[in-house]
Design a protein around this ligand. Structure first.
Ligand SMILES: [Zn+2]
Length: 376
């Protein structure tokens, strides 16, 4: 089945709402001239047993503070202290890695939101500086993930041409600007996330590997049922299963050398939007998605990759005041953490609708699981 075209500008519910406030946060950017953070090495950290706790939803935390912008990356310029505070809340809750507020910082997203595309680089720089500022204030060992989201709508490689899709070279250029800026500013790893298109993920990996940084690739899946076998298979909106992703990362269509998978350290699932099936949304989705990814890796004979999972807090629903609310509570989600670790997830966090309270509950669940393993 040909996938339904995504709505133009689908940043999804990562990115909703009209500009509501433009006042600037008052504090100046005094951290900009501070020295670089502690010497730490993310690749070394990956060798330890204990899972790494990632952070939770960012856009939903901006909304929770009544900041609704045409593009959430604008907050890096307009509300710097709020951005730092959100990172700090996650670090205080126990997150060991936090993602920069750059999910929609690309020139393509700024253009769609009617903003100046020339700001993309500066918004990206500020985002990394804010995440670093929060990490430094905490005096903890915190890793910074450079967030790279999908292009708005579809890309040429999926839609067949540029009438509907964005030209591959434009998507490539946009990713290049964001990814290289993230690397220059000193993120610890690159986190490609909420990708609907394995082909776009491949294009982004082709650029990301130029930086030499560890790369995480997270796709967002929905459940599908194979008519012939009755098997449940997770696929993106563009029809890509975990096995398809591995295939696309090992053929030479987007790289010239077929070695994209070698450059990827971490593969994962995030977000997830299943409106009618609770068993395929939030934490249950993360577990099944991780299992399917593990199966695809095993079947292809791929070893030495870490897996990552950070689902939404269930489905977003509108309450009687027309506010978006999410259905999975911190304790409910945390109760699935042992199963998620056993499925193979090593980097664990939350996506849309998850809060510092969720991350705190995950921290406790990981700690008690880990100590039970070590003492058992
Ligand atoms: Zn999400």
């Amino acid at each position: 089945m040909k996938p339904k075209p995504l709505p133009l500008g689908s940043g999804w519910y990562h990115e909703i709402g009209e500009p509501k406030t433009t006042e600037r946060d008052v504090k100046s950017l005094e951290h900009l001239n501070e020295p670089q953070g502690k010497i730490k090495n993310f690749r070394e950290r990956l060798k330890l047993d204990e899972p790494i706790l990632y952070d939770g939803g960012f856009g939903s935390q901006l909304f929770a503070r009544d900041i609704e912008l045409a593009n959430s990356a604008l907050a890096n310029e307009l509300h710097p202290t709020t951005v730092i505070d959100i990172h700090s809340d996650y670090i205080n809750a126990g997150a060991e890695a936090v993602g920069t507020n750059t999910f929609v910082a690309s020139p393509l997203h700024l253009e769609m939101a009617g903003q100046d595309i020339a700001d993309a680089q500066q918004l990206t720089r500020l985002a990394v500086q804010h995440a670093k500022a929060a990490a430094e204030q905490s005096e903890k060992e915190v890793y910074i993930a450079g967030s790279v989201g999908p292009s708005p709508g579809a890309i040429e490689a999926d839609s067949g041409d540029t009438t509907f899709g964005i030209a591959n070279k434009d998507a490539r250029e946009a990713h290049k600007l964001v990814i290289h800026t993230l690397a220059e500013e000193g993120v610890d790893f690159l986190c490609l996330e909420t990708m609907f298109s394995a082909k776009e993920a491949a294009i982004a990996v082709d650029i990301a590997r130029e930086t030499g940084l560890p790369i995480a690739v997270n796709l967002t899946y929905k459940w599908t049922k194979e008519r012939r076998t009755g098997k449940v298979i997770y696929r993106t909106d563009w029809g890509n299963s975990p096995a398809d992703l591995l295939e696309i990362l090992t053929n030479s269509e987007f790289s010239g050398d077929g070695a994209l998978l070698d450059a990827v350290s971490i593969l994962g699932v995030n977000c997830g939007a299943e409106s009618r099936r609770d068993e395929h949304t939030g934490m249950p989705y993360a577990i099944v998605g991780t299992q399917q990814l593990q199966t695809a890796l095993t079947e292809k004979g791929v070893n030495g990759k870490w897996m990552m999972a950070y689902p939404n807090a269930g489905m977003p629903k509108l309450d009687k005041n027309h506010n978006t609310v999410y259905t999975q509570t911190p304790n409910e989600m945390a109760s699935h953490i042992p199963a998620l670790i056993e499925a193979g997830a090593y980097l664990i966090g939350g996506c849309c609708g998850t809060t510092p309270k969720h991350i705190k509950a995950f921290r406790e669940a990981i700690a008690s699981y880990h100590s039970a393993q070590n003492n058992g």
